[in-house]
Design a protein around this ligand. Structure first.
Ligand code: FA5
Length: 326
């Protein structure tokens, strides 16, 4: 289109209409995203400023006129019947769906950490051994690989490529450190997979939220403070938290975080954590003058405590009596 002239567009429309060009074609030519009308709107800036308003109004009027023509004619043109499933209109449907308890909790966790200055990072669910193990200071033949029973993925077209379903969200730490510069303050929520027997507190597919805070001043005291603040937001005030010494190859020292709800006798293990190991920083290309902590918490375990659910297998059982309670 050379001259920005409404009459030209109108003439073109009338000509197509007189030649009985289909409404679909007319819609395509004038009203689609790259059609004449959008093109003209996009070029309004080329006009003298005092004429723009009037031009815009006229263009809108023409757009409406063409739209009315298309609306009035397209129905009669429909030739191919479309096989639609009968569906109850939304306003008469009795039940509406809602976010699963897991999604609700993930949003809640994310919200608390965002208020503590964390942002959200993501990584792939199918990983290479290097991200899931090696980079986290767990080389091949390291006995700690047995801590995570792994679901391996075979690429039949390229058998030399060995993949796995991530056994934890910790590889996202490596992706994030690779891709961005310190300091770090991120969480990474996501699904993880383990080849293990299920029971009331273990599933093969479950969710974790990874956390990583690294800068030049973060200590174990910062770690404990952040965790306490987090649990205080999520659980009733008199919920107790304890740190137990533990072992993870990617943290030193390492801890297990246990939680005990008010009135309960039992502690439930919620997360693994610790100060990020120097080798992990090195593997991710981060200057080891930086220091900080990482944690990986089990989302289903948190939900069990928060809502008094005694068996984690309810989450995947698709039983409406369970789902509708939340
Ligand atoms: C890990 O997965 C480490 N990546 C955590 C970590 C991150 C440590 C960063 C240090 C630094 P672990 O295997 O313990 O650790 O799992 C962490 C949490 O996931 C557990 O505390 C538990 O809450 C949850 N969890 C573990 N296995 C299962 C399972 N089979 N089903 C449901 N939740 C589980």
């Amino acid at each position: 289109m050379d001259n920005l002239n409404i009459q030209t567009i109108r003439d073109e429309f009338q000509d197509m209409r007189d030649r009985s060009v289909s409404a679909k074609q007319i819609w395509q030519t004038f009203l689609s995203r790259n059609g004449r009308i959008s093109e003209a709107f996009n070029r309004i800036g080329e006009l003298e400023s005092h004429t723009r308003k009037e031009f815009g109004q006229e263009l809108n009027a023409l757009k409406q006129e063409i739209q009315e023509y298309v609306d009035a004619n397209q129905e009669t043109e429909e030739q191919t019947p479309i096989d639609l499933l009968p569906v109850a209109p939304i306003e008469v449907a009795e039940e509406r769906g809602h976010l699963s308890l897991i999604s609700q909790t993930l949003y809640e966790i994310q919200d608390v950490f965002e208020r503590l200055g964390f942002s959200v990072a993501q990584g792939p669910q199918m990983e290479t051994e290097w991200f899931n193990f090696d980079a986290l200071n767990i080389p091949v033949d390291h006995p700690a690989r047995d801590m995570w029973d792994t679901i391996w993925v075979e690429d039949k077209t390229e058998p030399e490529h060995q993949y796995l379903m991530r056994t934890h969200t910790s590889p996202v730490q490596i992706h994030h450190m690779h891709n961005t510069k310190p300091p770090y303050r991120v969480i990474a929520p996501g699904v993880v997979y383990r080849y293990e027997a299920t029971d009331a507190t273990h599933e093969t597919v479950f969710h974790q939220v990874e956390g990583l805070m690294v800068d030049d001043v973060t200590t174990i005291a910062t770690f404990k403070g952040v965790m306490q603040m987090f649990f205080r937001h999520l659980f009733p005030v008199d919920t107790e938290m304890r740190l137990r010494p533990s072992y993870f190859p990617f943290t030193e020292p390492s801890f297990e975080i246990d939680i005990r709800p008010p009135g309960s006798e039992e502690w439930l293990e919620i997360a693994g954590a610790g100060m990020v190991h120097k080798n992990v920083l090195e593997n991710a290309g981060v200057d080891t003058a930086y220091q900080g902590f990482a944690f990986g918490m089990g989302v289903e375990r948190i939900i069990m405590l928060k809502h008094g659910i005694d068996d984690l297998r309810h989450f995947h059982a698709a039983d409406l009596r369970f789902i509708q309670q939340f």
